[in-house]
Design a protein around this ligand. Structure first.
Ligand code: ZN
Length: 564
């Protein structure tokens, strides 16, 4: 995104990506190149902005002075002359609109960090204008098909300077090293941390090892525990971007759209993954064993809450909402919708068409290639166990390498038969955690090769482990495994992250005793909360379709996640 070349005073930085709108007929006046104050002010913005970028993105040993080589395309600094002839400056061009402006270089830096990152999701930008824009659009969404403006494309590479050899110095864009666990990002002149760290993650998630993702069904505390859908995740100002509790989570209460329940903003302390609790039974007789779509909710609500006394009626409407949320949760739990198709082909016998995908909304959760998921263990695991460890085996965890949807290649004229023959499957190696004396036997796999979630899991376990002659590792228990929809229990969560959310006291106790809590045993499997009367495949074209009328706000899939 950025490059530097030689200059006696300042090294220029070019920002390769811009979403500036180059509006015409803006308020205030253009800068006057003959007005010293204007010239100085523009230079001041460029130097301050470059300084912030350097602080956030450059390696610590970088000592050169930088200056922005011009504002990003489509952005314009403008001037308002006050009555006392003082001059105020405003930066225009943000896609939120012609009236939106930044008042200080520091405000704009947050947006530049986002532009410099590889995020295409405005919800991941922590600048004020983006926060307001995302909020406005989310509020408008139920009434109209309004969506966020498309983000500018990400340039493939840092652009080398047009002339001359590549400078010897590292490009400024080199990401700052991640802080060690427990160490916080140093406080600096910019209030928010580098957005670049956040947006290195795939769309809709903070990072692969983090607990909650956009579009997931969760529990949240509102007096009692309620069901909700994660609409957005937003970094709080000045917080480290890796931690779950650095974020605000915008949730749509589950129920029915006609109840028009307002979105709520929650913190992780008041949230839990859906699979940590069971859905309570439906208490109203006529709703029992009904699917969400088979109930005429308007008719039911009118009859059920037909009370002359407003207090009583409000209470009954609340009950309608609760019952609707339970039934909706079961149907969302049973659903799945794939996204970001990778390719397609046929099974070797040509009986099935095989489409593979980057990810799938799988019931309550989002699962992507590269994620660990909890699956049924291979039957022979005890025999394969080289440790002869007869204690209760830990969870079988598949590192997902492929997500495939199989449909009959010759469905004939019967769409129902085709749908019935359709199935979702997950492929990958299966591992489990095991504790063994050092050095580890060869069956243990180097965790770093398995990805960040596996790595975080071991780091957490080994930190807690009291006997340092032992260490935890990942052991391969089945290669090239295939698991059908029914054999997948749900996402695997990093134990200490999950525990810190669902039972911090117990985690504390576990740390003190030096004994690992098997947190995954607190999780239900997806089939546990299913709706017994399910007759369909559960496949929906998009997450929003699977959610249907269960929320009052239209769900917008994170930018970069391609549904269909
Ligand atoms: Zn922004």
């Amino acid at each position: 995104m950025a490059s530097a070349n030689q200059d006696p005073d300042y090294w220029p930085i070019h920002i390769a990506r811009s979403d500036g709108k180059a509006y015409e007929n803006l308020d205030h006046s253009s800068l006057d190149p003959n007005e010293t104050k204007d010239v100085e002010q523009l230079e001041r913005w460029e130097v301050i902005i470059a300084g912030h970028l350097q602080f956030q993105l450059a390696p610590k040993e970088e000592k050169r002075q930088f200056k922005l080589a011009g504002l990003p395309k489509g952005y314009e600094l403008r001037c308002a002359v006050r009555k006392d002839f003082g001059r105020d400056y405003y930066l225009y061009g943000h896609p939120a609109g012609i009236k939106s402006n930044y008042r200080t270089p520091g405000d704009f830096v947050l947006h530049l960090l986002w532009l410099a990152s590889d995020s295409t999701d405005y919800a991941q930008c922590s600048c004020d204008l983006c926060i307001k824009m995302v909020e406005t659009i989310r509020q408008k969404a139920p009434q109209a098909q309004v969506s966020l403006p498309p983000a500018p494309p990400i340039p493939g590479q840092a652009l080398p300077p047009a002339q001359g050899p590549t400078p010897a110095a590292k490009p400024l864009a080199a990401p700052a090293p991640a802080p060690a666990p427990g160490q916080t990002t140093p406080a600096g002149p910019v209030a928010a941390p580098a957005a670049a760290n956040v947006s290195a993650a795939p769309p809709g998630m903070i990072g692969p090892p983090n607990v909650f993702r956009v579009g997931e069904l969760v529990w949240y505390r509102q007096g009692a525990w309620r069901l909700g859908l994660v609409l957005g995740i937003r970094l709080k100002v000045g917080k480290p971007p890796q931690a779950d509790n650095s974020y605000d989570y915008i949730l749509a209460p589950l129920g029915h759209a006609l109840l028009n329940q307002q979105n709520v903003t929650k913190e992780v302390a008041d949230m839990r993954p859906f699979l940590t609790f069971s859905i309570p039974e439906v208490t109203i007789e006529e709703l029992k064993d009904k699917s969400f779509e088979s109930v005429d909710w308007r008719d039911f609500a009118t009859r059920y809450a037909n009370e002359p006394e407003p207090g009583k009626r409000a209470f009954k409407m609340q009950t309608v909402g609760l019952e609707a949320s339970k039934i909706a949760a079961r149907s969302i739990n049973d659903s799945f919708s794939t996204f970001s198709r990778l390719g397609e082909g046929f099974t070797p016998d040509h009986m099935y068409r095989v489409q593979s995908f980057t990810g799938v909304y799988f019931g309550a959760e989002m699962v992507r290639v590269g994620d660990p998921i909890r699956v049924t263990a291979p039957a022979v695991v005890a025999i394969q166990d080289p440790l002869g460890d007869h204690s209760k085996p830990t969870t079988a965890v598949m590192l997902v390498s492929e997500i495939q949807l199989l449909t009959p290649a010759w469905p004939g004229n019967d769409p129902a038969a085709a749908a019935a023959g359709m199935n979702l499957q997950f492929r990958g190696n299966i591992y489990r955690t095991a504790r063994a004396p050092l050095p580890h036997p060869p069956a243990f796999v180097h965790a770093a090769t398995l990805g960040p979630t596996f790595d975080h899991e071991l780091a957490g376990r080994n930190q807690i482990e009291r006997d340092k002659k032992f260490a935890w590792g990942w052991m391969l228990i089945e290669s090239n495994a295939v698991r059908a929809e029914a054999d997948v229990q749900g996402r695997f969560y990093v134990t200490h992250k999950l525990m810190s959310i669902i039972d911090p006291a117990r985690l504390q106790d576990s740390v003190q005793r030096g004994i690992i809590e098997e947190a995954q045993s607190y999780l239900n499997s997806r089939s546990h909360s299913g709706w017994n009367g399910r007759t369909t495949t559960g496949l929906y074209p998009r997450r929003a379709a699977a959610i249907g009328n269960a929320v009052a706000t239209q769900f917008i899939a994170p930018q970069g996640l391609v549904e269909d």
